[in-house]
Design a protein around this ligand. Sequence first.
Ligand SMILES: Nc1ncnc2c1ncn2[C@@H]1O[C@H](COP(=O)(O)OP(=O)(O)OP(=O)(O)O)[C@@H](O)[C@H]1O
Length: 285
Amino acid sequence: MNQRHDAPTAESVAPARLAQSRDEGALDGQGLVLQDLSVLRGGHPVLDMPGTLRAHRGELTALLGPNGAGKSTLLQTIAGLLPASGQLCLDGEALASLTPRERAARIGYLPQLSEGGAMLEVFESLLLARRLAGHLDEQANLHHCEALVSALELAPLASRRLGQLSGGQRQRVAIAQALVREPALLMLDEPTSALDLHFQLAVLDWLGRDARDRQRIVIVALHDLSLAARHAAQLWLLDRGRLAASGPPREVLSVERLREVYAIEARVDWPEDGSPPAIVALRAL
Ligand SMILES: Nc1ncnc2c1ncn2[C@@H]1O[C@H](COP(=O)(O)OP(=O)(O)OP(=O)(O)O)[C@@H](O)[C@H]1O
C-alpha cells in the first residue's frame, strides 16, 4: 500500500510548507481563527499546522484528507476535547478563556459516531437538546424544532424512538440535534456517511443555506470530494497531520494534488456552464 495512507508519525508530521495566507496573523475579527496549532495524541504529534487559518461566518468550510490525516483530531481540538498548543479564537475571543458552559453554548460538535438516548422520541430529543443549550422560551423552542423537522424532512419520524431508527435516519436526527442548539460555530464529522444520495445533497444544501442565513460558521469533515467541491466555500485539506492546501475548491482540488495527497488518479471536471463539479477517482496508485 502507498505510504501516503500510513498514520502520521513523529517523522512525517514536519512543519507544513504551505501555511494559510488569508488573514495572516489576525486573531481578532469575526470567524474562527487557528494559529500555529499543534496537537499530540498518545505522546505523538498528530497535527502540526503553522500559520493562520480562518473559517468565516456565513460559510461552509469542508475539512478533507485521507484516513488518519487528522480531521477528527482537529474538530475535537476546536471543540475543547483535546489539549493543543497554539491559538484558537472565535470572533476575536480565545477559546481557552471561555468557561465550559460558554464554550458549549457557542460551539456545536457532532462526532463521527454518536449514540445514546435510544428511548427518547425524535421531536422530544430535539426539544431537549435545545433546552440544554440554554434556550428557555418554550414557544420559540417548539417553533424552531418544528421548522427544523420540516427542513430536514423528519416529520414522518417525529414521534419515533431514536433506538428504532435506521443508521441514516439516526444521522439526520443527530444533525438536527446539533443544529437546534443554534451554536455560532457548528462542526460535523462526516455527517453524510450514512445518508442516501438525496439526503447527502439535501443536508449539505441546508447546512450551506443555514450558514449563510444565520451567519454561522460551519465546518464539515467529508470524504466525498464532489460534495465538498459543490457545497463548500472553502476547503481545508489535511495530509498526515499537516495542512496540504486551503482555499476555494477549484484552487485546492487539482488532479496533481489528489495524486499527491490521496494517492489516486482522478478526473476533475469543472463545467464552464457553472453546473456542479465532478471529481471521480479512477485508480488507486
Ligand atoms: N485516541 C487516540 N489516541 C492516539 N492516537 C489517536 C487517537 N485517535 C486518533 N489517533 C491518531 O491520530 C491521527 C489522526 O487521526 P484522526 O482520527 O484525527 O484522523 P481522521 O482524518 O479523522 O481519519 P478518518 O478519515 O479515518 O476518520 C491518526 O494517526 C490516528 O491514529
